[in-house]
Design a protein around this ligand. Structure first.
Ligand code: QAP
Ligand code: CO
Length: 168
């Protein structure tokens, strides 16, 4: 297993639109294992392949308190189940240290493939619904900072660029 490097905002590679996964094979399962290791190490509750510079439609999540309920979503499709929205203070491993309030549909249906390539369907609300929408946004080159004002986003960008310069 291996830890993967997580891309950070404003890295332009985070804007890549991911392609559908054609085959769920052993190489894909090894990537999934490495994404889980990277997410748990951070620690985080969700990680999309885009964030580790792999532009395939694949994401991993674990929103359990114990961190013992890994979930894999391959080629996820999402359908809102209500017009009702909820706000949540979202963060992101690609935007470390920043949290902003984002409004999203409160209940969604998800269709995806699991790590064996089998199709499954899930209805989600609460944190699960927030997290899956946040992670699917990554596969479409979108970040939670895109939902806040330009002023806030530019402030976050400048602060992160400063940290990244100091690290280099
Ligand atoms: C996405 O985010 C998410 O700023 C997953 O310094 C977040 O795992 C979905 C993290 C909130 C729904 C609600 C963030 C770790 C982890 C940081 C994460 C940080 C260290 C974020
Ligand atoms: Co994120």
């Amino acid at each position: 297993m291996a830890l993967l490097e997580i891309l950070e905002f404003p890295d332009p590679r985070l804007r890549t639109i991911a392609s559908p996964v054609e085959q769920v094979d052993d190489a894909m399962r090894e990537l999934i294992d490495n994404m889980f290791e990277t997410m748990y190490d951070a620690p985080g509750i969700g990680l999309a392949a885009t964030q580790v510079n792999v532009h395939k439609r694949l994401l991993v999540m674990d929103i359990s308190d114990e961190g013992d309920q890994p979930m894999v979503f391959i080629n996820p499709q999402i359908t809102p189940l209500t017009d009702e929205t909820k706000t949540y203070d979202e963060g992101c491993l690609s935007v470390p240290g920043f949290y902003e309030t984002v409004e999203r549909p409160d209940r969604v249906r998800i269709n995806a493939l699991d790590r064996n390539g089998e199709a499954f369907e899930l209805e989600a609300d609460g944190l699960l619904a927030v997290c899956i929408q946040h992670e699917i946004d990554h596969l479409d080159g979108k970040l939670f900072v895109d939902y806040v004002s330009r002023l806030k986003r530019e402030r976050i960008r400048k602060k992160l660029e400063k940290v990244q310069r100091q690290r280099a």
